[in-house]
Design a protein around this ligand. Sequence first.
Ligand SMILES: Nc1ncnc2c1ncn2[C@@H]1O[C@H](COP(=O)(O)O)[C@@H](OP(=O)(O)O)[C@H]1O
Ligand SMILES: [Mg+2]
Length: 356
Amino acid sequence: MAPMGIRLSPLGMAVFCLLGLGVLYHLYSGFLAGRFAFFMLSEPAAGGPEGPRGSAANVDLRELLAVSVLAAVRGGVEVRRVRDGNVLNEKAKGKTREGAEEKLTSGDLLSNRRMFHLLRAAFPAVQINSEERVDTTDQETVSWDRSIPEDIKEKIQPKEVPAESVTVWIDPLDATQEYTEDLRQYVTTMVCVAVNGKPVIGVIHKPFSAYTAWAMVDGGSNVKARSFYNEKTPRIIVSRSHAGKVEQVARQTFGNKTVIIPAGGAGYKVLALLDVAEKNQEEADVYIHVTYIKKWDICAGNAVLRALGGHMTTLTGEEISYTGSDGNEGGLIASINMDHKALIEKLPDLEKTSHK
Ligand SMILES: Nc1ncnc2c1ncn2[C@@H]1O[C@H](COP(=O)(O)O)[C@@H](OP(=O)(O)O)[C@H]1O
Ligand SMILES: [Mg+2]
């Protein structure tokens, strides 16, 4: 006698087990199994090296663009709120190789949290690398309503790529040094989407001007190149707080009369090469950086330039791959509507420059 007075015949048990196995087989071979495996394989790995991604699922780049714009704007709200409230909780998170203090503020952390969780919730299967550490136990719930802004709908067609080919780079607050000095014009929030290491979507948002530039390679953009660049005596935009020997390199390349514009933020410096109708934006012809720099600082600008027909390469002309490690060792030179190869050929040998 089984419990509760029910008698189980051996035949009944066998039929019951077979039915159970059938249901399990159905689940594992069907949709739910796919979703389950997808979920298990897409644990966040923020800020860290890339882990294996095993899903065959696709993501739509147009949707990724829409959520990247939203993330940059939402992060920007935090950046502005902290600055306006004047409680930055400024700390040093370390030193650069050149010995400059790397600063961290509440603006960086709150923006990072907002941006990361929005992107993670919208695209759980893609690798996201962000400048600041993310507490993965943080239960911040940020949902995305999947709506695509009209301007993106008008210019961009849906385009699917495998989720495992995508790496998203988040810079929650570019020009932190200048942010602490209240030089607001230089500050941006940025999102970049790389596909197989190539920068494909770039978003650069200026929180204090409510200006956003976005572009997608082979897609479209809301920003364009200027109609004129001075190739002969270009105005060179360079770092004001991580300059290294950049002035020396620029003068050696383009002569002593070359105008050098020191400015904060990699996002700001890329925008300086474009047609940006924004009163707090300077203009330049070439952007050069000679010290080490991180990929979240430069990926969005690289994508925007590439989408508009421009270039951002190392100082020896190599393309920068936006997968794997988060550092770029070879410096950078960025230009648009210029002979980029000729610019690189003019640059002095950096090895020799550093021994002068
Ligand atoms: N030598 C270096 N080492 C580490 N980070 C660097 C660097 N040079 C520039 N960066 C980072 O690149 C961004 C742009 O630099 P700059 O304003 O000097 O042009 C800044 O990012 P964050 O403000 O996001 O930290 C800055 O910290
Ligand atoms: Mg940065």
